[in-house]
Ligand binder design. Structure first.
Ligand SMILES: [Zn+2]
Ligand SMILES: [Zn+2]
Length: 498
């Protein structure tokens, strides 16, 4: 690169874009655009744009060069020539996009004492001016051409039309809510001076375009020609509702997208919107929401969302997921039931997959439909949760276990028969005695310090045989908590330490 001492050397303005500054510099020296400056320096325009600002400024006769030390990813630019692939190609695209695209806010420019291009205006997600709440101008309204950094004059399109007087549609500021989820907060003007477009923002734009594409559904995939091109207004309108009340709005729509899948009618596939298509791992905030939704969906019946009950029952055996769907329980619960033998005849296929006979599922389905939740059953007949757990442990009452913690569904007939029998053997409360325990407290306490089904069984057996008398407080007892036991008689039947 040549050296060149310019006659007029304007100072950069805080927040100014590098191509914008070079354009302003050219104009101040009566040069029609960056390409002329580049030819005087005997360097390609692309090099001028990706070179470090400090070096270029030194070539142009700036002495005490305290220009912002901006580092362009120049290494990657050179490395990609040989065998370019993936990341490198993207870096090159990024630089190419940077070379040409430009956007301005006509209102800001016409209000400037010295019109200059803000660095943030070149960012792919910067679609509007937050001060004037209007879209940024990207296309000359007079000739329809795209605005490029290589135009001859900063405030004019190459067709000669002034950019200062062109009108752009109003936009508001809602679009700024797109920045936070992608971790793209804007810094102060001085920190933005000469900054290039971050790769992360280019990817964020691609993710937003994919969301917009998903919202459109029917249209064919439209590829971006230039990576630094801005999100267009239509895409913005479609993607924005995902971010307006972050993160709830995003989580809701993302979940719906995953569940709905792709395609029409019977032909359903996995959703177009996925963690990988949104590049979620690159954006910590976005990734957090995406992972939370995925985790939540994992605990639901999967793979079988589109098939009907008939389709399952036609098979001889079921997967855990389909059993969960048929039984109306969660996936881990179905897995537990298969492993514990509640679903008889289940065989292990792999760590998380079982083969469950359809007959076993049907059998449990029938029993479940008639059964009652154990808490509801306990409450209905005046029994504490602790006590009914003990009674269920001794196996007299029919129930379908659903988990390790004692969750189950109880057969109401068997439960009522048991309670009715215990109540029927109760005697009227004798006079003169003052000290009593209620029966459900005694049964509930028999699990302390460790569950002891033996002792519970002894108590129940003694009541049934008449060796442990139970007394009823009202004359017509109906519930377990109506029944009383004396401490002395209890001690004789079921002492704590045998
Ligand atoms: Zn403005
Ligand atoms: Zn024009």
């Amino acid at each position: 690169m040549n050296s060149l001492t310019l006659l007029v050397r304007p100072r950069w303005i805080e927040g100014e874009s590098w191509p914008g500054f070079l354009l302003r510099l050219s104009n101040a020296n009566e040069l029609p655009g960056i390409s002329w400056l580049a030819s005087w320096l005997e360097a390609p325009v692309a090099q001028l744009l990706v070179e470090r600002p400090q070096e270029v400024l030194a070539r142009l006769g700036y002495t005490a060069s305290d220009a912002p030390a901006v580092q362009y990813p120049k290494q990657r630019m050179q490395a990609l020539r040989a065998g370019e692939k993936g990341e490198q190609r993207r870096a090159r695209l990024l630089m190419q996009g940077r070379r040409l695209q430009s956007a301005v806010c006509p209102c800001c420019l016409s209000g400037d004492q010295t019109p200059y291009v803000r660095a943030v205006w070149e960012r792919p997600l910067e679609v509007g001016c937050t001060i004037h709440q209007r879209q940024l101008l990207r296309q000359c309204t007079s000739c329809g051409k795209k605005l490029l950094s290589t135009r001859p004059r900063l405030t004019e399109c190459s067709c000669g039309a002034s950019l200062l007087t062109q009108s752009v549609p109003a936009l508001g500021t809602a679009w700024t809510s797109l920045l936070h989820p992608f971790g793209l907060e804007r810094r102060t003007a001085s920190d933005e001076t000469f900054q290039p477009i971050p790769y992360r923002e280019v990817v964020a734009t691609a993710a937003l375009e994919r969301i917009a594409l998903y919202e459109r559904q029917q249209e064919p995939v439209k590829r971006k020609r230039r990576v630094s091109a801005k999100l267009d207004a239509a895409d913005l309108g479609l993607a924005l509702p995902w971010f307006t009340s972050w993160p709830a709005s995003f989580a809701r729509r993302y979940r719906a997208a995953l569940e709905a899948g792709r395609g029409e009618g019977e032909d359903r596939r996995t959703s177009y919107i996925q963690a990988k298509t949104l590049f979620a791992p690159m954006f910590p905030r976005l990734n957090k929401v995406v992972r939370a939704v995925a985790k939540e969906l994992n605990y639901r019946p999967r793979t079988c969302l589109q098939l009907g009950v008939q389709d399952y029952l036609a098979c001889a055996s079921q997967s855990v997921a389909s059993a969960a769907k048929l039984l109306g329980v969660t996936y881990p619960r179905a897995l537990w039931m298969a492993k514990q033998g509640v679903l008889a005849g289940s065989t292990q296929v792999s760590t998380y997959e079982m083969q469950i006979p359809t007959e076993a599922v049907l059998d449990v389905m029938a029993r479940l439909s008639a059964a009652e939740d154990w808490r509801v059953a306990a409450k209905r007949r005046g029994c504490k949760d602790r006590a009914i757990k003990q009674l269920l442990r001794i196996g007299l009452i029919e129930c379908i276990p659903l988990g390790d913690k004692g969750e189950c569904r109880v057969d109401p007939d068997s439960w009522d028969a048991f309670v009715d029998y215990i109540v029927s053997v109760a005697q009227p409360l004798p006079g003169g005695r003052t000290s009593f325990f209620t029966l459900d407290a005694v049964i509930g306490a028999s699990q302390r310090p460790t569950p002891d089904p033996e002792r519970t069984a002894r108590i129940v057996q003694a009541i049934a045989c008449g060796t442990l008398p139970v007394y009823a407080r009202p004359s017509n007892p109906d519930r377990i908590d109506d029944l009383l036991i004396t401490p002395e008689e209890l001690k004789m039947t079921a002492p704590r330490h045998v």
